[in-house]
Design a protein. Structure first.
Length: 218
């Protein structure tokens, strides 16, 4: 078995391979356990980066290293129950979100209950989408809108609220609420569905405007 099986590695190729031991599933550089692949396939999610065996120090360090200076949307998946959570991290805060949820057991009572029951080995931390620039008060509403889109589209079972919280400490304006509504439009859902089928968003219509304001970054 490969020693790096569950270190987080970025997704660059859509082709899946079963290894001979039937213990890993792999898409180019992205190596995933069968349980996690099944969950991602069920929800038609193509991750950017995955981390499993979170009890291992080398995996924690890999997570810290690979997400440094990055921001975006993450998921926490329970490999035993199938429940999952979607959240957002501002720049350089993916690791702190992982640590808060899965080391300290804070931030979400549903995760905390299952963390105590099943242990950290039953969880995977997944980067779902990167935000393409450093998060500031100016563009934080875009990150919040993107998180709300993911929550309302995939309906993660651990999430208590169906709208993103605010990571920089101010309330949503009407403009931000409208952005969230726009991101959850029928057209956007159709185009992201195409993306998850390995079709380019630019192919969805001649001259059509890009609805996802920053595109999907992995």
């Amino acid at each position: 078995m490969m020693a790096t099986a569950f270190l987080g590695i970025e997704n660059t190729c859509p082709k899946w391979l079963d290894d001979e031991m039937n213990t890993l599933l792999m898409t180019s550089n992205l190596i995933i356990s069968p349980k996690l692949k099944s969950l991602l396939d069920e929800h038609k999610i193509k991750p950017c980066l995955v981390f499993e065996e979170l009890n291992k120090e080398e995996v924690k360090e890999d997570l810290r290293d690979k997400t440094r200076k990055k921001s975006g949307i993450y998921g926490i998946f329970n490999l035993t129950t199938g429940s999952f959570y979607v959240g957002s991290a501002v720049t350089n805060r993916f690791y702190s979100r992982f640590y808060k949820h899965l080391i300290r057991g804070l931030g979400n009572k549903n995760i905390a209950i299952d963390l105590e029951k099943y242990g950290i080995k039953s969880f995977a931390f997944v980067i779902l989408e990167y935000f393409p620039e450093e998060v500031t008060k100016r563009n934080n509403p875009d990150l919040m809108a993107l998180e709300t889109y993911w929550i309302q589209t995939y309906k993660p079972t651990y999430n208590i609220l169906l709208e993103a919280g605010n990571s920089l400490g101010y309330t949503h304006s009407e403009e931000v609420k409208q952005k969230m509504k726009n991101l959850y439009s029928d057209e956007r859902r159709k185009r992201v569905s195409l993306l998850n089928k390995d079709k380019s968003l630019s192919d969805s219509g001649p001259g059509g405007p890009e609805i996802r304001p920053k595109g999907r970054f992995c």
